[in-house]
Design a protein around this ligand. Structure first.
Ligand code: CA
Length: 426
């Protein structure tokens, strides 16, 4: 659903040719004209349709986001380090306290544990702080009329119109990710209509402004996705040496079978004999391993990516008081928290790289600056913000401060993101 955009891109893996870059208003009008009768059939009144869409224009930045192909595959340890960091754990514990009564009620009513509800909230919208600012109607009119998944988005556009018509949410509250996920739960409009609940009792399902509605709706989602009350999502396990057996979310077998293959719980507890489970090896057999159950699948259905579901599951454990995974990731260059990512960016800015401001989001400008920095400092050039880069930057900044020499060979190569005065002669 996305902190906000990143995660939506997991559910909506958009492939195929880039969407039409020159989407015109005329094309949009013609396309909306075709959608109109379909919307009427689904109960949208003409007045609602025309009122909401008459002045709408295509949003080229949505098409750009839609066709974006990441140039960089984020390693699982980076992904988790950014989502499950000390700040998000501390914030989550504060929210558990603040919303104790609401969460207790959600546990009673939906049977879903409070730690998972809060973990989802924390990852989806950073506890309501980041919900996306793009007007949903404009984004969805654009994706419904241009691009490779128009059928899906057309239906979401019609559902957005149904929400507007229903009057539960004012249209100006309906902003979200480019793909249409909105509110503190980052539900798609169809999910909202199907799943959202009024949990504060004011008669409106408001997952944008009402925390209780957002928490209740998240709990309802998980319950409808098959949540088993009181059961674990899974746990970390140890593999027997040289394990070559099955793994992956779909490779389910009984716990007894896993036990027979030599899989053991890392905390020493018995695997038991009940239920069926899958073995996850997110970084291969050399990294942490997990046996996962139905509740992991329930989380997965929120956003279909194994790494996403593992992040939620792990954050829920951390909120419950558990520690980090026991098995290290198979790397000697650890992932960074959001605070550390901001520190990397602050150092790059201090060195004169033009990367905007230090927002902790490692985008193409930051990666480009990192590549430049790595190149002139004899590091392997991959554009990745990891532990080794951070240490190098800290030393460089420290050296600069102590020698008081403004340009000490830290100049990057010329090119985008290079500091002023660092261009090399041709
Ligand atoms: Ca409400």
């Amino acid at each position: 659903m996305r902190v906000a955009i990143v995660f939506v891109s997991f559910i909506l893996t958009l492939s195929g040719p880039a969407a039409a870059a020159d989407a015109s208003i005329d094309e949009l009008r013609a396309c909306l004209g075709q959608i109109r009768p379909e919307a009427m059939k689904k109960g949208v009144r003409a007045q609602t349709f025309d009122g909401a869409l008459a002045a709408i224009e295509p949003d080229p930045s949505v098409l750009e986001a839609m066709s974006f192909q990441p140039e960089f595959r984020v390693p699982i340890w980076d992904y988790l380090a950014g989502l499950v960091d000390e700040q998000r754990i501390a914030d989550g514990r504060a929210k558990l306290h603040e919303w104790e009564a609401t969460l207790a009620k959600a546990e009673r009513q939906f049977g879903v544990d409070r730690y998972t509800i809060v973990a989802l909230w924390g990852v989806e919208s950073d506890y309501g702080r980041v919900m996306g600012t793009r007007p949903l109607l404009r984004s969805l009119a654009t994706t419904a009329c241009f691009g490779s998944r128009s059928g899906f988005f057309r239906s979401e556009l019609i559902d957005t119109l149904r929400i507007v018509q229903g009057g539960e949410l004012a249209p100006d509250l309906l902003t979200g990710s480019w793909a249409g996920a909105f509110g503190q739960t980052q539900f798609m409009p169809s999910t909202y209509l199907r799943i959202a609940v009024d949990f504060d009792g004011d008669g409106r399902r408001d997952i944008v402004a009402s925390v209780p509605d957002a928490l209740g709706s998240t709990a309802n989602f998980l319950r409808r996705a098959g949540w088993v009350t009181g059961a674990p999502w899974g746990y970390e396990v140890r593999l027997p040496a040289g394990y070559r057996g099955p793994s992956g979310r779909r490779q389910k077998q009984s716990v007894a079978q896993w036990s027979a293959l030599g899989i053991r719980r890392l905390d020493g507890a018995d695997l038991g004999t009940e239920g069926s489970a899958a073995l996850l090896l997110p970084a291969g057999a050399a990294g942490p391993a997990f046996l996962v159950f139905k509740n992991y699948d329930a989380i997965y259905s929120y956003n279909a990516a194994e790494s996403y579901a593992l992040a939620i599951a792990h954050l829920s454990d951390r909120l419950r008081g558990a520690g980090a995974f026991k098995t290290p990731w198979p790397t000697d260059d650890r992932g960074l928290s959001r605070a550390e990512r901001r520190e990397v960016q602050a150092h790059l800015l201090g060195l004169g790289f033009d990367i905007g401001h230090a927002d902790g989001m490692i985008g193409s400008k930051t990666r480009s600056a990192i590549r430049s920095y790595q190149a002139v400092n004899g590091m392997s050039v991959d554009g990745r913000a990891g532990g080794r880069l951070l240490e190098h930057l800290r030393k460089a900044i420290q050296g600069r401060t102590t020698t008081d020499a403004p340009d000490t060979g830290l100049c990057a190569a010329s090119g985008p993101g290079a500091p002023a005065g660092c261009s090399r002669p041709n």
